[in-house]
Design a protein around this ligand. Structure first.
Ligand SMILES: [Zn+2]
Length: 437
């Protein structure tokens, strides 16, 4: 009997620590949505469909645990279909959407409604939920009920949970909710009030208010102490400063249950790029200094940081086409995540392919409690797979991306490495770097 699908002549990435694949090419045989066998290239059985993976890596599908798909409430900036299409093109087979929708995702009913809107899209969508009811920072949402509805990531992202007692109660609640995590947008609202970009030379030159590094450092410091005291699980969203990373690394050594993610943009761009990018270069937390970028790059390689997540934040061009102080913060990125990280770190010789798989797939799936993704490419694993060509170069054009918005900081940049195919539960959703019909 013919197999459903064979991904032929690709190479597997060996697990971190076992040395990077000597990689004789293999055929990956897929049946009933799962990997049925991995055999030497050319030895696979007949199949109803074959995808060519020659000269490419066959990796677990990528996982982006911080995206904003603007549904419901701002679907002229993005919707589930456009967001998921961009994810698929980027080799991302699972996403966690943020709850700062209109209305916010803070009840089991909202969770069900939002997931219903994501039915049938070419990426597995998980939703986070707000820590506080209505994301107002005043009282806790019903975290156990949301947990029972399947939520594992709790965050008021877009806003920081500033109140000490609320944050402590949220972290304490995760102790009884196995696998749940409190994810913080770590910027003290009092310290960033009126701030537009990083507090520094560029803000001064442009005559706009600044968002100081201390606003992040102080919240991460406080939250780590609360996580230590409660034994709750804590995750830092889009960490942006060297000093906050140092706090996270020390807390890990102390045995505190803390993880942190970094965005591609914080691994590459600095406040100086804001002058070139205009409002596209505005995000929260802001692009920082070259010394921060250098430290974060070291940290994502050495394990001080755990995962890459994009904070994919689409804004319709009419919103970004405003003065810097008025435009909403954020950049799109789910479609370009893997190529930017590969170009900047792996192709540049700073990161191994094995560590790449860890930070864009294995670790984010683990942090967000996403079963069935981030699994090794081996028999029995769900067939959620990205085939990644490490040498293909391509130039990003914002209008060619799937997003309904154009605010990509990578527009015009030529990247090395591109997703060739994406397979979701055994079905090819991207073939030959194009969406599958
Ligand atoms: Zn955020």
């Amino acid at each position: 009997m013919a197999a459903d699908l064979v991904i032929s002549e690709g190479r597997l990435v060996a697990p971190a620590g076992t040395g990077d694949a000597d990689a004789e090419p293999v055929d990956v045989v897929i049946e009933d949505g799962r990997i049925a066998a991995v055999v030497p290239a050319g030895e696979s059985p007949a199949a109803r469909r074959r995808l060519d993976a020659s000269d490419a890596w066959v990796m677990p599908g990528f996982v982006d645990i911080q995206v904003h798909f603007r549904t419901p409430g701002a679907t002229d900036s993005e919707d589930m279909a456009s967001g998921a299409a961009g994810a698929a093109m980027g080799g991302v087979t699972a996403c966690v959407i943020m709850p700062n929708t209109i209305p916010p995702i803070d009840t089991p009913e909202m969770v069900a409604d939002v997931l219903a809107l994501a039915a049938g899209v070419p990426c597995d969508i998980r939703t986070s939920a707000a820590i506080t009811a209505g994301r107002t920072g005043e009282r806790l949402a019903d975290l156990p009920a949301l947990y029972d509805a399947g939520v594992r990531v709790f965050t008021d992202d877009g806003d920081c949970v500033a109140d000490n007692a609320l944050m402590e109660a949220a972290l304490a609640a995760t102790v009884r909710l196995r696998g749940a995590v409190i994810s913080q947008h770590a910027e003290d609202p009092a310290m960033v009030a009126g701030g537009v970009i990083n507090a520094g030379a560029v803000a001064e030159r442009l005559g706009v208010g600044g968002r100081p590094a201390d606003a992040e450092i102080s919240v991460v410091h406080r939250d780590i102490e609360l996580a230590r005291r409660t034994a709750g699980r804590y995750h830092v969203l889009h960490l942006s400063t060297a000093a906050a990373m140092g706090l996270v690394a020390q807390a890990k050594r102390d045995g505190v249950a803390v993880t942190a993610e970094v965005t591609p943009q914080h691994l590459v761009l600095t406040e100086d790029d804001v002058e070139r990018l205009g409002t596209t270069g505005k995000m929260n937390p802001p692009l920082r200094l070259a010394a921060d970028v250098e430290a974060l790059r070291g940290g994502i390689v050495d394990g001080s940081l755990d995962a890459v997540a994009t904070d994919h934040a689409p804004h319709h061009p009419s919103l970004k086409d405003q003065p810097l102080a008025d435009a909403p913060p954020g950049m799109i990125g789910v479609e370009t995540m893997a190529s930017v990280v590969w170009s900047e770190l792996v192709a540049a010789g700073q990161m191994s392919p094995a560590r790449f798989v860890e930070v864009v797939s294995t670790a984010p799936a683990r942090i967000a409690g996403i079963a069935h993704h981030g699994q090794p490419v081996r028999p029995g694993s769900p067939a959620n797979v990205a085939v990644f060509d490490p040498t293909e170069t391509w130039t990003v054009r914002a209008a060619d991306l799937q997003s309904r918005s154009l605010n990509s900081p990578w527009a015009g940049r030529t990247l090395t490495g591109r997703v060739r195919h994406t397979v979701l539960w055994g079905s090819p959703v991207v073939v030959g770097s194009a969406l599958s019909a």
